[in-house]
Design a protein around this ligand. Structure first.
Ligand code: FE2
Length: 265
């Protein structure tokens, strides 16, 4: 997002101070109320500037889940080609960058594997550039990399993709704002209403502390859960570096148990 023309561009220090202040405020409020820190991103997180304009300000409209589930997608193995899980073979040549394998298991809130469900993936290329007309920063496109993949989870809830490690990219939230390298994931759970969209990060990224999107999750343990682990058993000799990233979708019970008057801000 570009800052409005009449507003001065903010520095990283100003954004970092805002993040620290918001974390302090929420940590104090949670500890004095005896509550756990929020594990999901704050929808209204001012250091991530565009959330101020687009976060929901009214209660969510309650829908009948049964009605929604009547039209929910039901993907089978035949709907998604096995090659779609390998984002390095979608073109005539090999994409540039560090070839990686990402694998893990998708579980529901009760710890059961989420089987035969669609996982969608999208990401920037090794230079940090998306194939998207809104991404015009001066890094090269790769003619051999689109950055979109799909995979269906196995009976044990597992998924496995082969791709290229994405680069960091600038995003104009403030001056010199760079997103840590990340892969976007969409998961359909066992019902359409459980769809979760999130980002997976790479261990040890120095940009974590500076990124208002990563930091919009106030609970440090919940932030950590978005970071994949290097796994030497997933790495393949002379071929690819391996990462493991397991995901727990919120189960129907945990959603159901949430009090209706909870503060969703
Ligand atoms: Fe992104």
């Amino acid at each position: 997002m570009h800052p409005p023309a009449n507003q001065p561009e903010l520095t990283q220090q100003q954004i970092s101070d805002e993040i620290a202040e918001r974390h302090r405020r929420e940590t104090d409020a949670a500890s004095s109320a005896g509550l756990a820190l929020a594990a999901h991103p704050r929808r209204d997180f001012a250091p991530y500037r565009s959330t101020v304009l687009r976060h929901p300000t009214h209660e969510l409209v309650r829908a009948d889940p049964e009605e929604i589930e009547l039209v929910s997608p039901a993907f089978g193995h035949t709907d998604v080609a096995a090659e779609e899980a390998d984002m390095t073979i979608q073109h005539t040549g090999e994409p540039l960058g560090e070839r990686i394998i990402v694998t893990g298991r998708i579980l529901d809130g009760d710890g059961r594997p989420v089987r035969n469900q669609l996982v969608e993936i999208w990401q920037a290329n090794a230079s940090g550039r998306y194939v998207h007309k809104r991404d015009q920063h001066p890094a090269p496109l790769d003619p051999n990399f689109t950055g979109v993949g799909r995979v269906i989870t196995g009976d044990d809830g597992s998924y496995r993709i082969t791709t290229i490690k994405p680069g960091a990219y600038p995003w104009k939230n403030h001056r010199n704002a760079w997103r840590p390298a990340h892969i976007h994931f969409s998961f359909f759970g066992s019902a359409f209403t459980q769809r979760l969209i999130t980002q997976m990060y790479f261990p040890g990224d120095p940009l974590f502390a500076l990124d208002p999107i990563y930091q919009s999750i106030v609970d440090p343990a919940a932030r950590e859960r978005l970071v994949a682990a290097y796994d030497h058993d997933v790495s393949e000799p002379e071929w690819a570096i391996g990462y493991r990233w397991d995901v727990v979708l919120t189960g129907p019970k945990s959603t159901w148990m949430e009090p209706e008057d909870a503060d969703h801000a």
